[in-house]
Design a protein around this ligand. Sequence first.
Ligand code: KIV
Length: 417
Amino acid sequence: APSPAAPPRRRRPQYIPNHIPDPSYVRIFDTTLRDGEQSPGATLTSKEKLDVARQLSKLGVDIIEAGFPAASKDDFEAVKTIAKQVGNAVDEDGYVPVICGLSRCNEKDIRTAWEAVKYAKRPRIHTFIATSEIHMQYKLRKSKEEVLEIARSMVKFARSLGCDDVEFSPEDAGRSDREFLYQILGEVIKAGATTLNIPDTVGITLPSEFGRLIADIKANTPGIENVIISTHCQNDLGLSTANTLAGAHAGARQLEVTVNGIGERAGNASLEEVVMAIKCRGEHVLGGLYTGINPKHITMASKMVEEYTGLQLQPHKAIVGANAFAHESGIHQDGMLKHKGTYEIISPEDIGLERSNDAGIVLGKLRSSYQNGLKLNFMRDAGRYLARLKSHFGLANYERVTDADLIALVSDEVFQP
Ligand code: KIV
């Protein structure tokens, strides 16, 4: 049964690039195929990218950033294929996702991005330029005035190609001068940007600071009421999910995430964490926010990305880690057998995961004396095997005996009672 904390899904409002008819609705922009693929060693084939894009559409992702078309011919072709196939297919809710391509702020990149995404029903160009002092001085070697002019003219150029959905990102916004941010964002709005994405590119802000940044941009940028504010939080201090939620609380209505939180360096805000936090707490703590994501497809998306990228999840990864619904200590197991809400705020079924046994119970050394109350025959019998297991393996050194180990062991005649 769905957990009581997670309310039923609501209908998503109609898609309009620069406006969301319901102010409580939060768009999910997935960049697994772009920023996620920038994780060292995570290169995907075109076929794998297409599979992931299809799964993202099934999940109910609003915007799929399919790649960086100017980066390589392969990326261009992959984005184009996704635009044609996923960008024209209606999902389970009758929605067609936006297909987005990234570009630097130059005509060649922007034109290439447009050539790749234009086949989608809802194409978007995402263009970016750095606005922090350190990036402008050392990386771009450009003055503020030059950066301002490039941003303004390139957003205008993107719109001139016939694209009515243009996202602009001031890279390293987390370390940029506030007054300069308000100025450049105001100029790109006038030039036709429909979404303003605020990246904490180096993951340096704390949640209170990032929330303040979004609130200040909302309060001080001319014309901001005519566009959508977005977050893009890197995870260098392990704060990307917290920062993303702080951004949503402060008024951002597009959140950029990746499946399993993969991405440059320490990764990005993870889709499953952000979505489930909004699902569990959106109503009570975040002023009624909700997303269009169907969490039942989270497990499949997570496993697909893990397998294709080869980036294995840590067992204790929130929501999708192997231990996310495993209960080791005897006290916890006792609680779980009496009422699952004692130690679970989400049911595995909510994210499309079947429990491996009735209560997610793991046989380990912490509760090696625990025998009472286990409902499953298999788990009850497991207690009787424990002494044998201990003497055979030396259980103190045997970190964890999984259900699969036990099934194999109890079916072995050595361990027959
Ligand atoms: O981290 C970053 O700043 C980015 C932008 C291109 C959005 O990935």
